[in-house]
Structure formats: structure tokens, C-alpha cells
Design a protein. Structure first.
Lengths: 612, 585
């Protein structure tokens, strides 16, 4: 379909060739389909090119039938038209047209299929790439950027390719073919037709080159308006409360005027492209008519040639604009594919497929040794300076300390979301860096402060990717988490769909994530601030669920509120990336150190001195 | 769409009429060209005509082509002017409307949507008007005129053309009818795809901890499959379009020639030449007719999209701001006293009240702080003073006058409001600080200096350009803490009688927070302060602390009093554990 108003300046890719080369690799597997499509397009186009030539024959037969008349006197009567022969030609042409119709249709379908399937593969690769990227990358990159690559860029790529690929092949062949046919039919007329078209296109190219700056200007002023509008709209309440409406309106009117000036110019230029193309066509038409007529009178050609040239000239000029448009689209596609491949080529987490599985999950006891771990998100800036700890199987370890002390960082290291700079963490004597990541994560369950659930049924959210979970398992776990009542009140029980509209409180969400972790039934456990976003009553509920969860499991608990970890077997007090105290609650209180301070200050506000 | 056209001014209406005239002229010229062709045909077939005759007619033809090109360029110029002028005007109107919206309207539309409405949607309208004017007028004129010219020639030819038109229309309409609903479906599939990708991104840690990468991949693949299948389905229909156009464009001349052959064969000797030249002309007219119809259908296909944009723009233009300026008052007193009397508030579309029966009074120079959990209504409460929202029930009184009775400007001049998210605008430090003040009332250099000093923004003076330093769009070139301090300086430079801090301290570190409060305490002892805060430390020294829970006042008093008698306050205090407060404790 013709696209209107494609008046935006093409986005420029940094390296068009390279992006296209990478794209070709993706298309490779579809090569047979593409080759068939191209063959079909070539065939169809050749059939089309035969048309005007045969039409010329018909015209010649008709003109020969026309009597030469001067002043109402018939000079020569003309030959009777051979209608049977005309019908033969007509049927031949109809056959060719029908063939080219079918061939073109099939080619379009094939090219479309290739483009959409390629988009699908690209999208899938991007989605899977997300799961292989290090958290170092994901924690930094805005989600919006990645999302826009998955959808916008891939879509843009697929559609522009589809639109330009199918037209490009046909256009080039039609262009070359009509050129050849014109020369074969009559070289004088061919030359004059081409000359007229070249003049027309020279004018057009001149305009385009002169106008490019207006498109760029328009793009820039659009950006400016966008910027100003975004800035002012997002600070709208400040603008209003500071009586600055007039001031910002002036600012806006300035950019609005600028946009207006560049907009009408570029609108004008893109608006007259079509007419100029029309003029080029008309010019060719006139030249063909006049030159043809003169030649006919001199007996150097026939009327049929004029008739066929009138069509050839259209075949000749139309593809030129199609090719020009396709070139612009390819620029845009290249820019999009560059972003796509940039993402796909991001460094991934190290490949572990060659690593041997070393761990038998069922035999894991849960003795954890942390030795002289050093770590910083930024290699020059250590967050964890020298962290060591010993945890025995089945112990509940609490990590406490002020914000920014590095509590969550410990979780990142235990789960190998990030790798330690130096030092060692072992589980039952095996270094976690010797395990595969998936082995390590099979050992742990995790509940985070951020209650991540997805749109789907409660069952899907609880079971997640664990296999062989029965309804009895679900019932048991939900009972333990205090979720049974909540789930019973829902109209569809476990099959209720969780979405933005479903009324689930933060506390309930948290309980669901705990139930999910419980179903995994792993030997070890991490709870990172699982109760900090809920009110005190829900906290009690969650606390109970967590206590159930931590029974007989080596567990790491990070907590804000100290009351929740009083019963821990080992409390590690973290400050500025170092363990400054460790021991049980009782021991630490006795030490009268940082922890005791922390704990007492919490309760001194209540006025009760803690002696224990 | 039509509603937007009423914003056209007389001059533009004149331009439209002018361009319609030119379009008609252009159609006439375009249709003349084949007529000259016909003359040339006759000349060639008539013995004794000279080459000069042919060249003369060729010259006329060329003149028509040139004239036609010139008229189209004029029309293009007019159309571009009209469309851009209208777009500019509507953009201004929308912008003016939006800056005067109250928070309720902004929230109703969402900022992102308002931005699109001001930019993209209006660009859409501009495009459709510029093109529509040319195509929408040209296509029907061309179609009707060309039809008139051909129907008189031969019934058979007309029939062939009609069949071609009907065939194309049927194809186009079928393709559109089948694919448009599917296109809508694609939109939901894209949302789906986005959702799954977003899930993988926001839940990376969980996904990996549960070894659920494969699970997510499969989920994505399903969404991906859905979208691809629909695309492929549509593709099967859309693919028919081009070949169909082609077969008509090639088949129509063929059938005209074949019919022509029969007509000429059966015609009398004298009529043969006439029919022949008619045939040559007819084939070019016929193509024009078919193309015009195709263009028309295209416009109708594009129109719905523009219609959506037009509706979105109209929604903004027809929204009445709910917060209107009051009559104004000439009570000259400048005190800084705030009183809430039985104030209740609910958001416009909400059912439940966010604030219930709020009563309190802040005397001149007092610091009144508000604390409570998220959703307790503390921010909403102080937003009622500068009329970011209006109270649903009861009265908010400043200096003895209901806030609704002041003009917006009067009220704003009494208040220095500092939002939770610091906002700076492109310009300089100075333009940001003096923003919105009228000439004659601009803060003096001393005012600015003092404001910078109190707000702990002395870092500005160390910058090479001082207060003339550039601020980028949205203040991107200054850090969060600096932004917040500058936005406080902006409020202070106006010497307001009331300062409102809507959780403005969270972006500051403890030390700055403390110094800032101290400076305010020492140097602005006459200014009334309303403070919303998260940190107990920030508000501990306030003259009065009001504790909110689910929109009710559940405690009022000093820190010490509340520690004794307010359970919720105590809970909040206990949950806050930080180095700073521990030292103070």
C-alpha cells in the first residue's frame, strides 16, 4: 500500500553495511523461500513488460484499419481488422497478467512470512538474552530501553523490510526491463523518453537536496517542542503555584513558532513531491506523444509504438520513486537493527554449559563458609571490604545494620547475581564459583522485599516452574502461610487471575511470594527485608510464615526491624561493608557494642530498658 | 475532526477556497492533456498535416503539464501553510489549557498522555489536513469530471472502467475489513509481549533464583507466537493488494483496446478515426478515474486514525479546569496563618475520602509537621493550601480568608511551595530562582543570595558562572540533592509568608537536612512552615506534629508528647533506625 506523509527525515545508522550484514545472517535460514519469491517477482515483472509491446501490436492493427481521409475523400480504405488475432493476443496477455498476479501474490506472502518470522526470531533472542545478561547490566539499564528494543525496534525492522524488500526487487527489474524494452522497440523514442525523465528527476533531486535541511530542522524543532512540553508538563504544579504560566507560555510560543516555520516548509516540500513526480510522468508522456507522432509521420515508426511507450514510460518512472523510498526505509531499518544487535551483542554472564555438575542437591546440609570476601559494584569502590563468616547447617543467620551497610549486596553475592572480587564462599566445602549457577540456585529459595508476581492465576504464581506440585501441596503450604482463608474468599480459588485489577494487598502478595518459596522446598533460604512494606499486623502473620519456612533450613535473613530476628542463631552486624560484631542476640547485648546500642535505642524510645 | 476545523481563521478559510479553485484548475489541465493527444492522433492519421501542427499541439500539451505542475505547487504551498498554521494554533490552545489545569485534570489524563496530545496528535492532524485538502478535493473532482468526459464516448468502455473500479473497491474494502480488526488484536498482543518482557526485567532476581529462565522464555514464545500468527494472517490478505492494482492497471487498457478494435471494425469508414482517437484518450482517463477512487478509499482508511487524534485533542480542549481563580480580596494583612476547618477530601473519580474532618491551626511563624504512613493523606492535606486540589468539604483558610476567595495569583504570592520531586526548568540558576515573579517585584540580588544561603545552595557560587550557570532541561545537569536545594531557594527568594515542604527533605542527606532546618529556624522565624516528612529526625523539633492515619488526625502535639500518648507515632519512630537518629537518641 502506498504510504502517505512519510515526511520525517530518515534515522541514520552509524554503520548501515554492518547492520545489514548481521541481518542477513538472520534471514539465511529462509533463503529458499526468498529465492522462490525473487524468481516469482522476476517472472511476474517480465510478464508485465510483455504487455505494452503486445498492446502496441493491437494498436498497429487498429491503425492500419483506419482509412486515410482528406477533405472527406477516402484516400486509402485501410485493412480490415483481424479480430481473431487480436483476441489471441488478448488471451495471451490475460494469461500473462493472471500469472503475474498469482506470482506477485505468492511472492508477497513469502516475503512477508520471512520478515515476520525473522522478527519473531529476533524478539525471541532478545527475550532470552535478557535472562543471560549479568545483573550488573540490568540494574543499570532503564527497562524502557530494553522494552522498546523488543517491540518498537523489531517491529520497525520487520515492517520496513517487508515493505521495501517486496517493492525493491520488483521495482529494479521493472526499471531495467522497461529500459531494455524501450530501446528494443525504438531507440530514438527511448532516448527522448529517458531524457525527459532525467530532466524531471534532476529537478526533483535538486529539490530534495535543498530541502533536506528543512526536514532536519523540523525534526529538531519537534524535538525542542517535545522537550519544552515535557519539562513544563512534568513541573506543571510548580509552574502554577509560582504564577509562572505566562513565562512558560512565552517559552513554548518561541519553540512553537520555530516548529511552525520548519513544519510548513517541510510539509510543503513533501507535499509537492507527488505533483512533481506527476509532472515528470506528464513530461515523458508529452515527449513520447510528440516525438512518436513526428516519427510516425515520417514513417519511421508506428502508432502501436506510441501506445506501448506511453505505458513503458510509466513503468520507467514509477520504480524510480519506489527505489528512492525503499532506500530511505532501509536507512530507518538499519538504525533499528543497529539498536537490536547492540543489545544482542552485550556481554553475557559466563557460559557454564561445560561445567560439570558437582552437587547432589538432596545431600546438601547447608554449612556455609564465607572467607575474606571483597566486593564493589564499581571495581574501584569496595562496598564489602573483608567479609568472613561461618554458618552451620540449619542455622538462622540474621544480617543487620544501617542502610547502605551492604546487606543486600551479601545476597547478591550468595546467589551469584554478582561475582566476588576476591575471597571465597563455600557450601558444604564446595566453592559456589565451582558450581553452576543453576545448581547453586536450586539450593536456595528466596523471598525479596519487592513482591514480584506476574499476571496469571494464583496457582501459576505459586507453582511457578516447579514440577509435580499437587493441590494437596498447595493447600498445605497456604495453610502454613495463613493464605488459606484469603484464597477461599476468592471466587475461583487457586485459579483466580492476579492482575492489576485484582484486589490483593501488599501483605497478601508478600505471603504469596513466601508460599512460592516454600513450595520449592530447598535446603537453604534467603529472606531479604520481606516484611518492611507491610503494617504491623500483617508483619506478625508473615513472621509466623517465615518462621515455618526457616525451620531446619540454613537461612539468611535481612531485617530492618530488630525484633524480627531476635531468635536468630547468629546475628551478623554489618557496618560500612564489614562485619563489626557477630553472635547471638544475648551475646551481642552483653557486648554492649553497636548492636546493643542499636537495639536499646529502638526500645529506649519506649522507655523500657533491655537487660537481657 | 470537524470540531477542530472551527479554529480556522478567516484568512485560512480564504486560502482553502483559493486552493480548491486551483485544484479544479489543475484537474482541468490534467484532463486537457489527453485531449491534445487525441488531436495529435487525428493529425497523424490525416494525410497532409504538417509536423508543425503536431509540434504546436505538443507545445500546448507541454504548457498544460507545466501549468498543472505550477498549480499543484501552489496548492501544496497553501495546504502546507493552512495545516501548519492550524497546527500551531491548536498546539498553543492545548498548551495554554494544560498549564492552567489543576492536578486533578493532569492526573486524569496523565502527563505522558498530555505530552503526546500536544505533540504527536497535533502532527497527525497537520498531516491529514495538508494531504486531505489536496487528495480529498482532487480525487472526487477528478473522478466526476473524468467520468463525465468518458461516459459520452462509449458505453462499453465505461462499463469496462466501472468493472475495474468495482473490482478494486471490493478488493480494498475486503482487505481493510478483514485486517483492521486483526490490527487491533495485534495491539493487545504487543501489550502482552511487553508485559512478559517487563516481568522478566523486573523479576530478574526471582527468575534466576528459581532457575526459571526457561519458563519465562516459553511464556514469551507463546506471546511471540500469537503476534506472529496474526501478522502472517494479515499478510495473506494485504499481499493481494499490489497484484490487484497491477492487474487492473494493465488489464484496463487492454480491454479498452480490444473493445476499441471491435468498435472500429464495426464502425463506418468516416467514424473509424474518431473512435480511434477517442480510444487513445479514454485509456488515460480511465486510469485517472481508477486512481481517484483508490485515493478516496485510502483517505477513508487514514481518516479513523486522525479521528482518534482529533478526539484526544478535543478532550483536552473541552475539559474545564476545576480550580478557578477567586474574586480576589483586598485585605492587605500579611500574616501567615493557616486554618483547616472540618476539611474532607476525596479525589474526583474516587469513592472514598482520603481526608476526614481535618481541623488544625498554624499560627504565624510556627512549624507544623505532618507524618504518617504512605497513603495516610499527609501530602494531600498540604496540597490543599496552594489549591493544587480543592477541599471537597470544609474550608481551608489562609490569613482569615478562604483560599478559594483569593485570586490564584494572590494566593500563590503568599506561598512558597516545594514539591517532593524537585523540578528545575531549562535556563539559568537565576531564571529558575526568580521564576514567575513580576517585573518590579523581582527578587533583588540580596534576596537571591540569602535564599541560596539558607537553602544550603552555596555550591552555586563556586561554579564558574555563579547564578548565571546554565540549567539543562529538567535540571539534568545537577544532582538530585542540588536540585532540591535550588528548588527550596526558589521558594525562599519570593519571601513568602508560608512555606510548604512536601516531603522535600528525603533527597537530602542527614547533614544538609539538619543545617537547612537550622537555617530556616534561625533566619525565617516569622515564616509559617508546613512540613511533610518521612524521617522523624526531620520533624522532631517542630512546634506541632500532626499524625495522620488513613486520612484521620490521630495525634497532635510535640515529639515528646506524641511519644507518650500516640501509638502510631511511636511505631513510626521505632521503625526508623539510622546512624543519625541513633546518635541523637
Amino acid at each position: 500500500m502506498p504510504r502517505f506523509g512519510n515526511n520525517s527525515a530518515p534515522q541514520k545508522a552509524k554503520n548501515t553495511k554492518q547492520s545489514i550484514a548481521k541481518l542477513l545472517k538472520y534471514i539465511k535460514s529462509f533463503a529458499p523461500m526468498l529465492i522462490i519469491a525473487i524468481v516469482l517477482v522476476v517472472g511476474a515483472t517480465i510478464c508485465r513488460l510483455v504487455g505494452p509491446n503486445q498492446l502496441g501490436k493491437i494498436t498497429d492493427m487498429i491503425t492500419q484499419a483506419i482509412p486515410q481521409i482528406k477533405d472527406n475523400i477516402i484516400i486509402s480504405p485501410g485493412i480490415e481488422i483481424n479480430l481473431a488475432e487480436i483476441m489471441d493476443i488478448a488471451f495471451l496477455l490475460i494469461g500473462l497478467f493472471v500469472f503475474s498476479f498469482v506470482a506477485n501474490y505468492i511472492a508477497n506472502v513469502l516475503i512477508g512470512t520471512v520478515c515476520f518470522k525473522m522478527s519473531k526470531n529476533l524478539r525471541q533472542d532478545i527475550a532470552e538474552k535478557i535472562n543471560r545478561l549479568p545483573l550488573k547490566y540490568l540494574d543499570r539499564k532503564p527497562y524502557g530501553d530494553v522494552l522498546s528494543t523488543v517491540t518498537n525496534d523489531v517491529d520497525m525492522l520487520g515492517q520496513t523490510l517487508q515493505q521495501s524488500a517486496s517493492s525493491l526487487v520488483g521495482a529494479i527489474i521493472l526499471f531495467l526491463g522497461s529500459l531494455i524494452m524501450m530501446f528494443v522497440t525504438n531507440w530514438i523514442m527511448a532516448l527522448s523518453a529517458i531524457a525527459s525523465t532525467v530532466i524531471g528527476f534532476a529537478i526533483m533531486i535538486l529539490i530534495i537536496s535543498k530541502s533536506q535541511k528543512y526536514f532536519i530542522q523540523q525534526q529538531e524543532s519537534l524535538g525542542e517542542v517535545d522537550g519544552v512540553v515535557e519539562e513544563i508538563y512534568s513541573g506543571q504544579n510548580i509552574v502554577k503555584t509560582y504564577n509562572a504560566t505566562g513565562e512558560v507560555t512565552d517559552k513554548f510560543e518561541r519553540v512553537n513558532k520555530k516548529l511552525y516555520t520548519s513544519a510548513w516548509k517541510s510539509q510543503f516540500i513533501s507535499g509537492i513531491m507527488q505533483p512533481i513526480m506527476g509532472f515528470v510522468g506528464n513530461l515523458g508522456y508529452v515527449v513520447v506523444c510528440v516525438v512518436g507522432a513526428v516519427l510516425t509521420m515520417k514513417g519511421m515508426t508506428s502508432f502501436g509504438v506510441i501506445a506501448s511507450f506511453m505505458i513503458y514510460i510509466r513503468f520507467f518512472t514509477n520504480p524510480l520513486s519506489q527505489i528512492a523510498q525503499a532506500m530511505t526505509s532501509i536507512q530507518t531499518a538499519a538504525a533499528a537493527s543497529e539498536r537490536v544487535f547492540e543489545f544482542l551483542e552485550e556481554e553475557e554472564i559466563s557460559d557454564e554449559s561445560t561445567k560439570e555438575m558437582t552437587v547432589d542437591i538432596s545431600k546438601i546440609k547447608g554449612n556455609v563458609k564465607i572467607r575474606h570476601v571483597k566486593f564493589g559494584y564499581d571495581p574501584d569502590k569496595l562496598i564489602i571490604h573483608d567479609f568472613s563468616a561461618d554458618v552451620k547447617a540449619g542455622q538462622k543467620v540474621a544480617i543487620v545494620g544501617p542502610t547502605g551497610a551492604g546487606k543486600t549486596t551479601i545476597v547478591n553475592l550468595l546467589m551469584r547475581f554478582y561475582e566476588v572480587n576476591s575471597g571465597k564462599i563455600t557450601i558444604d566445602g564446595i566453592s559456589i564459583s565451582d558450581m553452576t549457577r543453576s545448581e547453586l540456585r536450586e539450593i536456595f529459595s528466596m523471598v525479596l522485599q519487592d513482591t514480584w508476581l506476574f499476571e496469571g492465576t494464583i496457582r501459576e504464581n505459586l507453582v511457578y516452574n516447579k514440577e509435580g506440585i499437587t493441590d494437596e501441596d498447595l493447600d498445605r503450604v497456604c495453610e502454613a502461610c495463613g493464605l488459606s482463608h484469603f484464597i477461599k474468599t476468592l471466587s475461583n480459588g487457586y485459579d483466580t487471575i492476579l492482575s492489576d485489577e485484582t484486589n490483593v494487598s501488599v501483605g497478601q502478595k508478600q505471603l504469596l511470594t513466601i508460599a512460592r518459596a516454600m513450595l520449592q522446598n530447598t535446603p537453604m533460604l534467603i529472606l531479604d527485608e520481606a516484611t518492611s512494606n507491610v503494617d504491623t499486623r500483617t508483619e506478625e502473620l508473615i513472621q509466623k510464615a517465615m518462621d515455618k519456612l526457616t525451620e531446619n533450613r540454613t537461612s539468611f535473613v535481612i531485617a530492618h526491624r530488630l525484633s524480627t530476628i531476635k531468635n536468630a542463631d547468629l546475628i551478623l552486624v554489618l557496618k560500612d561493608g564489614d562485619v563489626i560484631e557477630s553472635g547471638t542476640h544475648k551475646e551481642l547485648i552483653k557486648q554492649k557494642g553497636f548492636y546493643a546500642d542499636l537495639y536499646n535505642s529502638q526500645f529506649s524510645l519506649e522507655g523500657a530498658e533491655v537487660t537481657e | 475532526m470537524l470540531k477542530l476545523l472551527k479554529y480556522l481563521q478567516k484568512k485560512e478559510v480564504g486560502m482553502i477556497i483559493l486552493s480548491i479553485g486551483f485544484i479544479v484548475l489543475q484537474v482541468w489541465l490534467d484532463l486537457e492533456i489527453p485531449d491534445y493527444m487525441s488531436t495529435i492522433t487525428t493529425l497523424v492519421q490525416t494525410p497532409g498535416s504538417t509536423i508543425n501542427d503536431i509540434l504546436l499541439n505538443g507545445g500546448y500539451m507541454l504548457a498544460c503539464a507545466v501549468a498543472s505542475a505550477i498549480t499543484t505547487i501552489i496548492v501544496g504551498f497553501l495546504a502546507a501553510k493552512i495545516a501548519s498554521r492550524l497546527a500551531r494554533r491548536i498546539r498553543s490552545l492545548v498548551f495554554n489549557k494544560v498549564v492552567n489545569f489543576s492536578m486533578a485534570e493532569v492526573k486524569h489524563f496523565s502527563t505522558a498522555s498530555l505530552i503526546t496530545r500536544t505533540t504527536n496528535d497535533i502532527s497527525q492532524i497537520q498531516m491529514i489536513i495538508a494531504m486531505g485538502l489536496q487528495l480529498l478535493v482532487r480525487a472526487p473532482v477528478m473522478a466526476i469530471w473524468a467520468i463525465c468526459k468518458i461516459t459520452s464516448k462509449s458505453f462499453e468502455w465505461t462499463l469496462a472502467t466501472a468493472i475495474a473500479v468495482v473490482f478494486l473497491m471490493v478488493v480494498i474494502i475486503t482487505v481493510i475489513a478483514v485486517s483492521v480488526p486483526k490490527f487491533r488484536k495485534i495491539q493487545t498482543y504487543i501489550d502482552n509481549l511487553n508485559r512478559v518482557s517487563r516481568e522478566s526485567l523486573t523479576g530478574t532476581r526471582v527468575v534466576r533464583a528459581f532457575n526459571a529462565e526457561e519458563y519465562q522464555n516459553n511464556k514469551f514464545e507463546k506471546a511471540n507466537d500469537d503476534i506472529t500468527k496474526t501478522h502472517l494472517f494479515i499478510n495473506k490478505f494485504m499481499s493481494v493488494f499490489d497484484p490487484a492494482m497491477m492487474i487492473v492497471m494493465n488489464g484496463l487498457p487492454l480491454s479498452i483496446y480490444v473493445i476499441g478494435a471491435f468498435l472500429i471494425s464495426n464502425a463506418g469508414m468516416l467514424d473509424k478515426l474518431k473512435i480511434f482517437s477517442d480510444m487513445m484518450v479514454f485509456s488515460s482517463y480511465a486510469i485517472q478515474v481508477v486512481m481517484s477512487f483508490v485515493m478516496l478509499v485510502m483517505i477513508f482508511f487514514m481518516l479513523p486514525r486522525a479521528q482518534v487524534s482529533a478526539r484526544r485533542i478535543n478532550e483536552v480542549l473541552h475539559t474545564k479546569p476545576t480550580i478557578l481563580s477567586g474574586e480576589g480580596t483586598d485585605k492587605p494583612i500579611k500574616v501567615g496563618e493557616i486554618q483547616f476547618v472540618n476539611v474532607g477530601f476525596k479525589y474526583p473519580d474516587a469513592e472514598e475520602y482520603v481526608l476526614h474532618n481535618i481541623n488544625f491551626k498554624a499560627e504565624k511563624g510556627q512549624v507544623v509537621a505532618f507524618i504518617g504512613s504512605t497513603g495516610s493523606g499527609k501530602s494531600t492535606l498540604i496540597n490543599l493550601v496552594p489549591r493544587i486540589y480543592d477541599a471537597t468539604e470544609g474550608q481551608v483558610i489562609v490569613d482569615g480568608v478562604n483560599v478559594k476567595d483569593y485570586t490564584i495569583e494572590q494566593l500563590n504570592n503568599k506561598i512558597g511551595y516545594i514539591s517532593q520531586k524537585a523540578v528545575l526548568f531549562s535556563g539559568t540558576v537565576e531564571s529558575n530562582i526568580t521564576m514567575g515573579t513580576k517585573d518590579g517585584q523581582k527578587p533583588t540580588a540580596e534576596d537571591i543570595d540569602r535564599a541560596l544561603e539558607i537553602s544550603q545552595s552555596n555550591f552555586v557560587k563556586e561554579w564558574p558562572d555563579g547564578i548565571n550557570s546554565r540549567i539543562d532541561q529538567g535540571g539534568k545537569n545537577v544532582s538530585g540533592g542540588q536540585k532540591q536545594r535550588l528548588s527550596i531557594a526558589r521558594a525562599l527568594a519570593r519571601n513568602p509568608e508560608i512555606l510548604i515542604f512536601d516531603d522535600s527533605f528525603s533527597a537530602l542527606d542527614y547533614k544538609t537536612d539538619k543545617m537547612l532546618r537550622q537555617a530556616i529556624h534561625e533566619k525565617l522565624s516569622d515564616t509559617t512552615c508546613l512540613i511533610v516528612a518521612q524521617r522523624i529526625g526531620t520533624i522532631k523539633d517542630a512546634d506541632k506534629i500532626i499524625v495522620l492515619d488513613s486520612g484521620h488526625i490521630v495525634g497532635e502535639g510535640t515529639h515528646e508528647e506524641l511519644m507518650q500518648n500516640c501509638k502510631i507515632y511511636k511505631e513510626i519512630a521505632l521503625s526508623q533506625l539510622s546512624k543519625e537518629e541513633l546518635k541523637n537518641a
